[in-house]
Ligand binder design. Sequence first.
Ligand code: ADP
Length: 592
Amino acid sequence: MNRIVAALIYLLAVAGFSGGVWWFALTSDLRALAQRGEADLSVASDRLVGQLQRFRELAVLLSDHPQLMALLEGRGNAAWASSLLRETADKTGSLEILVVAAGRQVLASSGSAAHGLSPAPYLQRALGGGALGTDHAVDPGTGIRAFTFAAPVFSAQGPVIGAVIVRANIGAIEAEWRGDAMMVAFTDEFGVVFSTNRSELLFRARNMPLTGQGAAAYPGVDVRAFPDVRPMALAGLEVWRLDAGRYVPRKAIHLTRPLPIIGMTGEALVDIAPATQLAGWQALGAAALGLVFGISVLVLLDRRRALAERLGLEAAANARLEKRVLERTSALSAANLALRREVDERIAAEVALKQAQSDLIQAGKLSALGQMSAGISHELNQPLMAISSFAENGAAFLERGRPEKAGETLHRISDMARRMGRIIRNLRAFARQEVQSVGPVDLGVVVEDVLELSQGRLKREGIALAWQPPAQPVIVRGGEVRLQQVVMNLVSNAADAMEGSKVRRLTVTILPGKPVVLRVADSGSGIAAPDRIFDPFYSTKEVGRSEGMGLGLSISYGIVHGFGGVIRGGNAPEGGAVFTVELDPFEQEDAA
Ligand code: ADP
């Protein structure tokens, strides 16, 4: 709606603008036309006046001619004078040359008949006033328009004795400028067109009907009214609208120029069609320019609006996107923070767990040591007793003078001492807290050490041991002390389980391969609840006894898993429990 109103307003503005252009162009073009017309009119007027001037001067010149003067004074020869006049008329192109006496009788003539002249103002002026008389008239007989000059002829004494009359044929002069583009007319004092280059306007009078002198001036001529003229003022010029035939413009600038020398007024009609056409084209051009400008502005505005709309949409979409990204980012960072906190907590929990596990392992070891302490003291006591009896024997042999026997007993003593040292070393190693996590361990040596520590108990409780150390070292991934703890636990549990059995047999086997399998089987009571044996604090042993915390197998489980191995426990079909520990063999890549 707004756009339609704006377009209408703009169209009105364009119309106003092109109207202004039209008016400005028209007035300036009209003025230019008028100026050219003035110049043309002045040329045409000068031409007519100049042509007529020749005949005027001829009349004046002839008025001094001695032969003509003689004729007027009554001394001359009329025939001879007439021939002079004829010759002069022929040479100058005059219509007629006459010599008239003071009484208006024609004494000599370039024409044929000699006749009298009727009184007329111009004749009266020449003969009576002694001044140059002029006249224009139409010959009723021939219809020829003539312009007449009458020059007085003075006698030697002074008074006017006659006049020389020269008539010029206006039609002949007019013929020279008939083809001019601009209409030119010369009107006399009565407003009658006497000479023009448009024949349809000849003898047309502006103020009809003619009266008095005017009517008398054109006897026998059909003087008609001038075509109806509707004058108007345009750009300070007089513009005529008229309908006077094909060769007269319908709208024209009317120009006038007084010509007092010949007593007429020069008039011109300059067609304004070129000016109106040009102004029309200029106005049209201005309108087209305005429309093109308006359309361009409209298109530009449309484009700008479309662009702005698109930009607006894009900006909104961008803002939405940015908002969502922001929301997601903040949600993500919150989640990230929570996750990191959780990770930290887990790490802390893991550290705590590791600590607790290592504490447990240590506690387990100490508990095992406690269990073993009776056996160990027995273990150490036995060689100690043997040493003291060997020492007594040795002393007796020396007294008896048998030094070779004494040396033998000394050897035995040193063997015993070495064995005690080994047991103590094993105990110290067992009690040690292992620092290194995983490395190559000879499983055979581990089993040997444990069996050595347990040897005393097994013997005391009458347990038969079936153990064949492997021919080659079986190296597994693990930690020596922790593996000892696992094996010690299995051996102790087996011994515990066989306490009430008649047949007491412990079988320990190492099966090399991938994985390496350690198998510990007993002939005891068997496992009561195989599903629960690895649970912490699960124990079937009497509460209050030193053994029976229910932690041994669960600690062993943790240790074996820590090495990447597996520990299983179950009952054998022939009775008794079987425990297997599977461990990865230590390979070169592990060392790398
Ligand atoms: P504890 O020896 O202090 O009871 P363990 O974790 O070492 O704790 O053993 C848990 C339980 O598993 C024992 O109480 C016992 O019931 C059972 N168990 C372990 N080894 C054997 C075995 N060789 N024969 C039968 N039962 C066993």
